[in-house]
Design a binder for this molecule. Structure first.
Ligand code: AMO
Length: 473
């Protein structure tokens, strides 16, 4: 049995073939008895015949039911079933009668169906549904998120989440070819990895603990322990009050950490990885992009189609100090040491459409674990760091940098940032017995998927988003 993209779907107790497999390869299956299962997308026909359009994870196929060929009760039940009920059909594959074509018009490609000899409702759908699956009616995002299990049956939403899996798969694949190994860090932690605020506290038996803000300290400890090249794809929790199109309180962070490397080295890893992801999607997954574009075209007014333009390498590097000059030149009142906000990033993106790195931020704006070289100063003498961001347009995709591996300076950084080094002894002690210079980054998967799919809100690219007002379903 084959699935989408040629994968092998072993036959199961409920089906011998997938719908996509029969729809695409029906000519070789003519007269073969098959059992298929799926959701009833449409049930048409009156009297003695019924056309049942089924959908499964691989495609669509029509089952043709004739009263004479089935036991009467099953036939009647299916004919009167609600859409989205799950139905199993056994029967023989046949070629559908081709539609009449006018003279001179091309003959359409052959289409196949299953002529049922038996059919069963596996689970009847109730009606009315809280939202439609194939209806064109617009449904607001909160209703969709409340009913994500139904929303996900809509083909363009389903395509977005298949692409999410692809991003992770291609990203992993690339890192493994560069010698990275996958690790997992704890999500219950005792001290903040990204500064003292934004922590979700929790009771951990007799003591207080927190949900992890990032795998930062642990991926560094793995490097100090000699793993050399690690990556992790895991949840990060931030108790931020932000209520924007790009912030959530739980998100999946795609992190790497690399020994004997600096900021430039890991930016190179990142751009190669993103290049590989885009190239692989362009080569293998245009069908998913097409599904999203079909939906975009049907919107009122229609949305421009998305295209998977494989970015060329290297990505531009716009140093923080230069970025400030670009923003000033665009007429904004910003000074060295200020944050680059989304509307500022628009001004940079006007010159650098697509992905661009922003390296060398002021040290004062970066976390304690970022490395700085005391010789590297900004225009007013402010200390530069080896921290960077990766942006696409106005949105930050990733941040990273070379890490501070000198114990005394690490302790000084913690103090300068109002943190107590004693709270971090498990981490700081890791540097006392030989530490390789190292670097890494953390990439927001949902934000990268927004870029790939043209989604305007991070809630579109996370199955069950957690934000200020939502922690169900
Ligand atoms: P940072 O805090 O910048 O860096 O996070 C890294 C990336 O994660 C994504 N991200 C978010 N996505 C959705 N909602 C949020 N609230 C949110 N916060 C962050 C962004 C961001 O660029 N330890 C460092 C990384 C490193 O240096 O390795 C860190 O966590 O895409």
């Amino acid at each position: 049995m084959t699935g989408r993209d040629g994968s092998t779907w072993m036959p199961t107790s409920y089906r011998t073939h997938t719908l996509g497999e029969i729809a695409r390869g029906g000519s070789e299956l003519i007269d073969t008895e098959v059992t298929i299962s799926g959701y009833a997308e449409a049930i048409r026909g009156r009297g003695a015949i019924c056309f049942l359009m089924l959908r499964d994870g691989t495609g669509h196929l029509q089952a043709f039911l004739k009263k004479d060929n089935l036991d009467e009760e099953s036939f009647t039940n299916i004919q009167s079933a609600n859409r989205e009920s799950t139905i199993q059909v056994t029967g023989k594959v046949a070629q559908k009668r081709p539609p009449k074509v006018k003279e001179g018009e091309p003959t359409p490609a052959a289409e196949y169906e299953v002529v049922a000899s038996s059919a069963t409702i596996l689970s009847a759908a109730e009606a009315p549904m809280p939202m439609g699956v194939t209806d064109k009616v617009n449904v607001e995002l909160p209703t969709r998120l409340d009913n994500r299990h139904i929303d996900l049956r809509r083909s363009h939403v389903n395509a977005i989440f298949q692409l999410r899996g692809k991003i992770l798969q291609y990203g992993r694949e690339h890192l493994v070819t560069e010698g990275f190994g996958e690790m997992n860090s704890p999500k219950i932690i005792a001290s903040a990895s990204e500064g003292g605020t934004n922590l979700f506290p929790m009771k951990y038996f007799e003591t207080e603990a927190y949900l992890s803000q990032s795998p930062q300290l642990y991926k560094q400890l793995a490097i100090l322990g000699g793993l050399e090249r690690v990556f992790e794809i895991g949840p990060a929790f931030r108790a931020e009050e932000h209520d924007t199109y790009r912030h959530l309180n739980e998100f999946i962070s795609f992190d790497i950490e690399m020994a004997f490397a600096n900021d430039e080295d890991v930016m190179c890893v990142q751009e190669r990885m993103i290049h590989h992801i885009w190239k692989s999607v362009a080569e293998n997954d245009q069908n998913l992009i097409d599904i999203i574009n079909d939906w975009r075209e049907q919107q009122e007014p229609p949305l421009n189609p998305i295209t998977v333009d494989v970015p060329s390498l290297p990505f531009p590097r716009v140093e923080y100090s230069d970025a400030i000059e670009i923003i000033q030149a665009a007429g904004e009142n910003i000074t060295w040491g200020d944050d680059i906000e989304a509307h500022h990033a628009d001004m940079i993106a006007a010159e650098y459409p697509g992905f661009y790195f922003l390296p060398r931020w002021p040290m004062s704006m970066k976390p304690f674990y970022i490395y700085h070289n005391s010789d590297e100063k900004g225009p007013g003498g402010g200390q530069l760091s080896r921290g960077f961001d990766l942006n696409y347009g106005r949105d930050e995709m990733c941040s990273g940098g070379q890490r501070e591996h000198r114990t005394e300076i690490l302790i000084e950084n913690l103090k300068n940032m109002g943190l107590n080094p004693d709270d971090f002894s498990f981490y700081v002690d890791g540097f006392r017995f030989g530490a390789p210079p190292h670097a890494g980054w953390g990439l927001g998967v949902a934000r990268l998927l927004m870029v790939l799919t043209g989604a305007g809100n991070v809630r579109e690219t996370v199955l069950f988003p957690r934000d200020r007002r939502r922690c169900t379903p």
